[in-house]
Design a protein around this ligand. Structure first.
Ligand code: MG
Length: 122
């Protein structure tokens, strides 16, 4: 059965890179895409198995989105991986406080992504 992954990023190119990287890493995925936190909240449901989200996005950023996911009893079990740049790494503790489970720094390779995800997927 394929892994249901919600990919949230305001860059369509980045969303495609994430999808491509996951497939290149050997994951059989069903990708659901959203351009920001607000759109992602409309698309998320209890069957989503993993969320990969950008930090900076219009309308609702990754932190506010993560908070909402972890506040909802129907979705709080879903692991959230945040895509970060070096600069936002310094603020990562803030992300942990919002319920983000782990991070991947950009740019990333399929191998790097797989290494992080293996902890959350069985
Ligand atoms: Mg962005």
């Amino acid at each position: 059965m394929s892994l249901k992954v919600l990919i949230v990023d305001d860059s369509m190119v980045m969303r495609k890179i994430v999808v491509k990287s996951l497939r290149a890493a050997g994951f059989d995925i069903e990708a659901i895409e959203a351009a920001d936190g607000k759109e992602a909240l409309k698309k998320v449901n209890a069957k989503v198995q993993l969320i990969i989200t950008d930090w900076n996005m219009p309308q609702m950023d990754g932190l506010s989105f993560a908070k909402k996911i972890k506040e909802d009893k129907n979705t709080k079990h879903i692991p959230i991986i945040m895509l970060t740049t070096e600069g936002s790494m310094a603020k990562f503790e803030e992300a942990l406080d919002c319920g983000v489970d782990d991070y991947v720094t950009k740019p990333f390779t399929p191998e790097k992504l797989k290494k992080k995800l293996d902890k959350f997927i069985n």
